[in-house]
Design a protein around this ligand. Structure first.
Ligand SMILES: [Ca+2]
Ligand SMILES: [Ca+2]
Ligand SMILES: [Ca+2]
Ligand SMILES: [Ca+2]
Length: 367
């Protein structure tokens, strides 16, 4: 009898242990599933933001490689991935990302929607009387800040949005859908709002383009300097309008994009910097240049990230910061801190450190 009870108890105990084991497996499995789902979600969003960041870089790279550097593509309207200029006009500032034109990836969000792209049409074509340089305003705003361009992720349809056509109201909510598609917001109190906005600031955009511009101008100045029997830089220009010719006794001024005259050895030097045409057309009122002529060797002092003396530098202003108005004859409307006081000391900041308080790019032509 005792043995029977003992056996029954043993059997009950084994059954209980087995049940506990099953519960444990289910519970552990649930934890594992939950962890792995979380992991997957995190990985996916990491992959997505990395992809977005790569696409932003590809767009900037595309702009730098255009025959006029800084020119962005017009959006794609019909969904073939190809930028849609109507003749030479870009008629819409919001459309699909022209991934074919950009040679970029076609990416979809979890709802199957392609990435959208917003840009100021002024940035997508050459307009008579408009200089495509870092002083050009952009009429695309994210959270009231002017930006170079924007990428928009629509996410799951809300409020009966039907995505059968390219009308932005079927993808975006709140202000993102109810205006002329120049103002965008990244957050909203509207509970249906699920848009995600990825923008590139004017400071970031133009620092990349200006690095390229500066490298080209540096090459032209060095080619001038290195001409046999020259070994000099040209006088800078005091002009504020075309032609930007060299002016005698000007060691600090605008880059002489038209006539370039050497200070002492005129006979041995060329009379032009032979700059790319797009520099003359779009950048001549933007570029400042300093060289040591009569002031003597290495008359320029650089401070901050780089402390050294130099013989020639180029200054690129970046986009106008708060309080700066352009065009202007005042240096303070272009350059900040030690770069606008007209003395021989200039502030050098690493390109990646440029921000909304200081965005001057300084390129050393010759130490
Ligand atoms: Ca197209
Ligand atoms: Ca949405
Ligand atoms: Ca500046
Ligand atoms: Ca200074």
């Amino acid at each position: 009898m005792n043995n029977t009870i003992h056996t029954l108890n043993n059997q009950k105990g084994i059954a209980l242990l087995a049940m506990l084991a099953v519960i444990m497996i289910i519970f552990t499995g649930a934890i594992i599933t939950s962890v792995s789902l979380n992991r997957q979600k995190i990985d996916q969003s990491q992959v997505y933001s990395k992809t977005i960041s790569n696409i932003q870089k590809e767009i900037i790279g595309y702009a730098i490689n255009q025959s006029t550097p800084g020119l962005l593509p017009c959006p794609d309207i019909n969904g073939d991935g190809i930028s849609d200029l109507q003749g030479s006009n870009c008629t819409r500032n919001l459309g699909y990302l022209p991934y074919v034109t950009l040679s970029a990836e076609r990416i979809l969000d979890s709802s199957g929607a392609v990435l959208w792209y917003g840009v100021d049409p002024q940035y997508t074509r050459i307009i008579t009387g408009v200089n495509l340089n870092s002083s050009l305003d952009s009429n695309i705003f994210v959270d009231n800040q002017s930006v170079a361009f924007v990428l928009l992720k629509a996410n799951t349809p809300v409020n009966n949005q039907v995505r059968s056509n390219n009308n932005p109201i079927n993808y975006f909510e709140d202000i993102n859908a109810n205006n002329d598609f120049t103002q965008f917001i990244s957050t909203s109190t509207n509970t249906d709002f699920n848009d995600e906005i990825f923008s590139v600031s004017l400071t970031d955009y133009w620092r990349h383009v200006e690095s390229f511009v500066g490298a080209n101008v540096k090459q032209s100045l060095l080619t001038y300097y290195n001409q046999p029997s020259c070994n000099e830089f040209p006088w800078a220009s005091t002009q504020t309008a075309s032609p930007f010719d060299s002016d005698i006794n000007t060691e600090f001024g605008f880059l002489p994009t038209d006539q370039a005259n050497a200070f002492a050895n005129a006979a041995g030097c060329p009379t032009s910097l032979n700059l790319p045409l797009w520099v003359q057309r779009h950048w001549q009122a933007q570029l400042h240049y300093v060289f040591c002529g009569p002031s003597g060797n290495q008359c320029i002092s650089l401070v901050n990230a780089k402390t050294l003396s130099a013989n020639s530098i180029i200054l690129l202003p970046g986009n106008p910061l708060s309080g700066q108005n352009r065009p202007s004859a005042a240096m303070v409307d272009y350059f900040e801190r030690d770069n606008n006081d007209l003395d021989a000391t200039f502030e050098f900041s690493l390109s990646r450190h440029l921000d909304s308080t200081f965005n001057d790019q300084l390129i050393i032509v010759l130490e």
